[in-house]
Design a protein around this ligand. Sequence first.
Ligand SMILES: NC(=O)c1ccc[n+]([C@@H]2O[C@H](COP(=O)([O-])OP(=O)(O)OC[C@H]3O[C@@H](n4cnc5c(N)ncnc54)[C@H](OP(=O)(O)O)[C@@H]3O)[C@@H](O)[C@H]2O)c1
Length: 260
Amino acid sequence: MKNVLITGTTSGIGKAFAEKFADEGYDLILVARDEQKLKQQQAALQETYRVAVKYIVQDLTQENAASLIMADIDKWKVAIDILVNNAGFNECGFFVDTSLDRELEMISMHIRFATELTKRILVHMKENGYGRILNVGSTGSFIPSPTDAVYSATKAYIMFFSNALCGELSKTGVKVTTLCPGATETEFAVKANIKNTMLFKIAVMSPEKVVRIAYRGMMKGRRLVIPGIYNKLLVAFSKVMPVSITNRITIFMLKQPKIR
Ligand SMILES: NC(=O)c1ccc[n+]([C@@H]2O[C@H](COP(=O)([O-])OP(=O)(O)OC[C@H]3O[C@@H](n4cnc5c(N)ncnc54)[C@H](OP(=O)(O)O)[C@@H]3O)[C@@H](O)[C@H]2O)c1
C-alpha cells in the first residue's frame, strides 16, 4: 500500500485530493489545523474507501511545523510515496493596506514550510528510488499580480523551486509537478474576500475537476499541470503580453464590485 501526505485537506482542493487518493487505494496522512474536521474526515474516508487514514493537527505557519510533522511520520515508521503541498491562503488588497502579519504567515507557509517539508521527504524518496511531489501554485505563479503581490510572488517561488527540482531529479524515480489552478470553487475566495470579483465569475472550476486533471498529470510525471482551457490561454497570454498590460488586467479582475 502506498502512502500519500496531503496538506490542507479539510476543504477545497486538498479535500478533493484526499478523496481521489483514497479512491485510488492510497493510505493517507492528512494535515490541517481543525482537529474536529480532520477527525470527521478520517472517519468518513476510512468508512467509504477502506483505507488507513492518519491525521496531524498542525498550523503550517509555525516555524517548527515541518519538524513536528516529520516527528510523527518517523514515529509511525511510514514511508511517504507521494507528497501534496496544497495548503495555502490569500491576502488581497493594495500592499500598503494589507496585513503584514498575514503576509509573513503566507511566506512562512507557502515558501518556508513547503521547502522544508519537501527536502525532508525527498531524502527518503530518493533512497527508495520512487516518489511524486505535487506543489500547488496558481495561474498567479506566472503573473505578477497587483493587489495580490505577496501571494503571486509566493506562488512564483513554488513554480521556480519545483521546476528546478525537476531538473535535479530527472535521472531518479522522483518526479515533481507544479499544479497551477485558476479560480476554483472552494473556501479560498470567500476567506480572501474576492468571491465577488471578476476573477471568480469566469470559468470557475470545481475542485474535483482540478484534482482529476492534476492526478493524471502527476502520475504521468508531468512538470506542469494547468487545469482548464481558459487557464491555459490566460497563462499563454501572460507570457506574450507586457507586464504593464497584465498589471492593468489583474487589477480589473481582482477589483471589488461597486455596491449600488
Ligand atoms: N481556490 C482557488 O481559486 C485557487 C486558485 C489557485 C490556487 N489555489 C491554491 O490551492 C490551494 C488550496 O486552496 P483551496 O482553494 O482548496 O482553499 P481552501 O478551501 O481555503 O482550503 C485551504 C486548506 O488549507 C488549510 N490551511 C489554511 N491555513 C493553514 C495553516 N496555517 N496551517 C495548516 N493548514 C492550513 C485549511 O485547513 P484548516 O483551516 O483546517 O487549517 C484548508 O484545508 C492553495 O495553495 C491555494 O493557494 C486556489
